[in-house]
Design a protein. Sequence first.
Length: 202
Amino acid sequence: MEASQSITARIIPKKWKSERLDISFLAVAGLPDETVQEKINFEIDRALKLFLFEQNYYTDPLVSVTGDYRITLNEKNILSIYFQHTAYAKYAAYPLNRAIALVFDLAGGERWYFGDLFKQGSNYIAKTSDIVLKQSMDNGYNLYDFKHVDYDQQYYLTEKDLVIFYSEQRYTAHALGIIEFPIQYDTISEYINPHGPIAVLL
């Protein structure tokens, strides 16, 4: 990724709405390469349909889902999108809030997964896990059964932070909701992939 490039995406708001579904999402436009643009839009659609499947929307007619998104970064060839959905199951005690995020290279269309952010062979799992555990203790709650961050960890990027997050009831009680752990880039700079997205944000 060339630091001198500065591609940003034009955001086109979209919506899926039916009797049991009301979610906002987006398509990208205005990219210099139309093939890259189509690739990113296809992946957004694919990831959201998979997310709905994981919420039992397609398999349980008693489940309805609402949701929205926010752009957490759209600069320097990077697009980071956070999606939050609420699934309502009839007769359930309460709705369940879940989230996913997608981070794209606007120049090539690739999706940046968690492991892509770091140098190969670096001990980034241990480092980020230690930060998550310390923040949870500082905030006064336990992460039950937490051993380390996932190799396919959900995250999003901002101008200054890598934000790791977990949906409701993954490691904490429902009442805490979705929990987030912002990690400043300079605290993990030695682990960062020099060809990954965080490198151009340092």
